[in-house]
Design a protein around this ligand. Sequence first.
Ligand code: URA
Length: 154
Amino acid sequence: MLLGEAPGKTEDATGLPFIGSSGRLLDFILKEVVPFFGLVTNTVCCRPADNEQYNREPTPPEINLCRDHITELIDHYQIQGIVYLGKIAQSYDTRLPKVNLMHPAFILRMEYKYYTIQKQRELLNNFIKELTTPKLSSNRKANNGLHQKTKSIQ
Ligand code: URA
């Protein structure tokens, strides 16, 4: 599951996360990442804004209000790991394996984006690999990582 911060104006109008300029950058980043099943959502379901024009960061009570919804998504879709997009999302604790990426809106404001975009892809690819690689059981570890002992034949 990819967890962003909060819907912006476009997202609020349509009910879909990450479909504005940040969303287009997120799609561009994901295009070069190994395929995985994922959901994209936000720490809060409504746009936090004190006026029509400016978004603001969601407050901890607002984030708490949406917590049950996110927990339900995690349970329903049996989410195995969380990709946090930006510092607000990173303050969220789900106790699942996680990776912290930069928020696409932050990357959009950077002058030199190429290296940063590549870095996000690399972090995400490593995370997906880590999640999808079968873990050795403690028994196997105790046996030097081998499922069975080896036997020499002549
Ligand atoms: N930024 C976010 O954090 N979420 C969105 O859905 C859109 C922009």
